[in-house]
Design a protein around this ligand. Structure first.
Ligand SMILES: [Zn+2]
Length: 147
């Protein structure tokens, strides 16, 4: 067994979010709404990784996430990988890719944007170099968002 696998106990059925850049598991929790999860969520931070040096891993028992939900994680990193576990075995390996619209992933950096005053969804459309807010229509580079 690899070191990585020892750090978090195996799950029988569910979703493993792997190769999360170290320290970013709280962002994944927030984006996927894991703090309200009915199912057990196991999180390991700063796990040794050959590919990344250090990484975080999250295992969600008995929950299979939809592709559009998982694709939101691409905003954190497109290195993130997903393993769907069934009967203790990897049933499917998925990668995440940027969706056509980011729904409720990040807050609008424009302090005057209505989404910062009202309780409402945030929507950003990825363009060539920026992510454009669907409300104030301003475009922002990735580095301008706080995760
Ligand atoms: Zn905005």
């Amino acid at each position: 067994m690899k070191k990585d696998e020892l750090s978090v106990k195996k799950i029988e059925n569910g979703t493993v979010v792997d190769h999360i850049p170290a320290g970013n598991s709280p962002v994944v929790h927030r984006i996927l709404g894991l703090s309200d999860s009915k199912n057990p969520v196991l999180t390991a931070m700063n796990v040794h990784s050959k590919k990344m040096g250090k990484k975080d891993i999250i295992k969600i028992e008995e929950r299979f996430l939809e592709k559009d939900e998982l694709d939101k994680l691409s905003f954190i990193s497109e290195m993130i990988t997903i393993n769907i576990i069934k009967d203790c075995k990897v049933d499917e390996k998925l990668t995440v890719s940027l969706p056509r619209m980011l729904l409720n992933v990040v807050k609008c950096p424009n302090p005057k944007c209505i989404t910062n005053f009202e309780r409402m969804d945030t929507r950003f459309s990825p363009e060539k170099k920026v992510f454009r807010c669907n409300y104030c229509e301003k475009g922002f580079e990735k580095s301008e968002f706080s995760l």
